[in-house]
Design a protein around this ligand. Sequence first.
Ligand code: 8X3
Length: 251
Amino acid sequence: MERIALITGATSGIGEATAKLFAKNKINLILCGRRKERLKALESELSSLVRVRTLSFDVGNNKQVRTQLNNLEKEWKNIDILINNAGGAHGLEQFVDGSIEDWEKMIDFNLKGLLYVSKVIIPGMVTRKKGQIINISSIAGKQTYSNGLVYCASKSGVEAISKGMRLELVPHGIRVCNIAPGAVDTEFSTVRFKGDKEKANNVYKNFEPLIAQDIADCILYCVNVPPHVQIADMTIFPAAQSDATTIHRKI
Ligand code: 8X3
């Protein structure tokens, strides 16, 4: 049976890899992101495989979220899978040195954005009595580390939202999955370090990190389990990682 997935943060990293993998697996796509050119490039790459609709908006802006999602055409309204992937980290420093602007971005994208998008999409799932929600959290949501308080708090909030959604939505036939990756080599660290590639590269130095495709594979597994199965929580590390701050590097 045909399915439609809506992916936020689809223009790079885990979101983009998931879009490509879903397309290969015949899952139709609503791709959301801020970078229009990247959305268009993905659309032309994938539209020979599945139906693709792109929406350009900022998840942290509730007005934009509501306008874009509520105006979807009828054939795109019945969303089967919601991948709440948009978000990221800004800054890595002690709380006393942290920037309020960075904190606001993390709270706006990682938490408010996830809530805004879910608020529009979930009611339709409740009416249709089916749906799958995948919230992309992080190991940072399970383990707080020094220099990352606000990022960890935002992801810890995602963990709480995943648990709460499951409590409220399971009676409506909706399955909720929380995915918590460890070190994945994407734009994540470049954004965290505001474009400083050297600092970003050091995060993934001397061990083999995960790549976005690894997480996309896990997401595909979660959405393809039989209807009576619900993967509630998945934590994925590279083989060299054992907790949020412990990575075995070969030096
Ligand atoms: C990304 C992983 O370890 O930087 O969420 O928090 S980590």
